[in-house]
Design a protein around this ligand. Structure first.
Ligand SMILES: C[S@@+](CC[C@H](N)C(=O)[O-])C[C@H]1O[C@@H](n2cnc3c(N)ncnc32)[C@H](O)[C@@H]1O
Length: 306
């Protein structure tokens, strides 16, 4: 599924944060970090047409709600009358589900202009009332003119592109109105540290092969294949990821004044990351009964005191 993505894994020799967490004194990112984020933006623009045509995203076939596990709707609750924001929405495949479940307003935001163009087209074809905003998540408060929201939903491959979680958490807190909730559903650090033995494509056994904890700076990947099917990328193949531990996420949100209401760890994944995975009762995927039960995703709900 991820076509040799792991093979390209390697630490960027020049990588890493400065002691201040990657920011310069003026409040912006230092040049090295800014350059990595620009590379990511170009990479997501290049991925977009591949993803639009992919079976993985299954546009027109896979329903928006199919991207959600049942536990997400239990945690999120009713959407009637709520203003919902989905930062890092990519094609808006998940964003559309909020509009379909009674949200008063639904807004998606992403820094890839190619993705936002496609998200607008897909929503228009579906007749869905969704507003898409082209902006960096770190600029979201300004890009959204200071609007605030009842629910901010994000994740499934989003936080790893963010170099500074404390600043991100501050933005999330500002985007919420008092009483509003942030829901983060992300790939668990355990998932990212597991790898097949002896290598990708060989052997079904999974071992801890990569760091579980962050601290070694950004991971540079150079791969022509994304996580979907489809043709290889011909340009902008480099992408940088910043691993974040659960502790880092929780401390960043608590530090931004949010109250953590729940944290789930689940063995479920929305797609089969490894060949050995089997269908779970709800249609998602899990490791077979012969493997240890380990968390592959987590879901966190944090509330802005009101
Ligand atoms: C894997 S997608 C997550 C969305 C959804 N879960 C999905 O799988 O389609 C990651 C998205 O994050 C966006 N992204 C990465 N860094 C960003 C940033 N600094 N500001 C806004 N969007 C960003 C990318 O453009 C991409 O569309």
């Amino acid at each position: 599924m991820d076509g040799g993505f792991d093979e390209a894994r390697g630490f960027d020799a020049a990588g890493g944060f400065d002691a201040a967490g990657g920011f310069d004194a003026a409040g912006g990112f230092d040049e090295a970090t800014a350059a990595r984020m620009r590379a990511n933006q170009a990479n997501w623009d290049a991925r977009t047409p591949v993803h639009v045509a992919s079976e993985f995203y299954g546009l027109g076939v896979r329903r928006p709600v199919d991207w959600f596990a049942p536990f997400e709707w239990i945690d999120i609750g009713e959407l009637d009358g709520l203003d919902v924001l989905h930062p890092q929405c990519h094609l808006g495949t998940e964003t559309l589900a909020f509009a379909g479940r009674g949200a008063r307003s639904t807004t998606g935001l992403d820094f890839s202009s190619a993705a936002i163009d496609q998200a607008r087209r897909i929503a228009a074809e579906a007749g869905a009332n969704v507003e898409y905003v082209h902006a960096d998540v770190y600029d979201a408060v300004h890009a959204l003119d200071g609007r605030d929201f009842d629910l901010v939903y994000t994740g499934k491959g989003s936080l790893c592109y963010l170099p500074d979680l404390q600043r991100w958490a501050g933005v999330m807190a500002e985007l919420l109105r008092p009483g509003g909730a942030l829901y983060v559903v992300e790939f668990h650090p355990v998932l990212n540290s597991l790898g097949p033995v002896p290598g990708p494509g060989d052997g079904p056994e999974l071992l801890l092969r990569h760091d579980y904890l962050p601290g070694r700076g950004p991971v540079k990947r150079d791969a022509t294949r994304t996580y979907t099917d489809g043709p290889p990328l011909s340009e902008a193949t480099v992408v940088y990821e910043w691993p974040h531990s659960l502790g880092e996420v929780i401390n960043a949100l608590a530090g931004a004044g949010l109250t953590i209401r729940s944290l789930r760890e689940t063995e479920l994944l929305p797609w089969p990351r490894w060949e050995s995975m089997v269908r779970a009762d709800n249609g998602w995927w899990r490791l077979p009964d012969t493997d240890p039960r380990v968390p592959l995703m987590y879901a966190l709900r944090a509330v802005k005191p009101g």
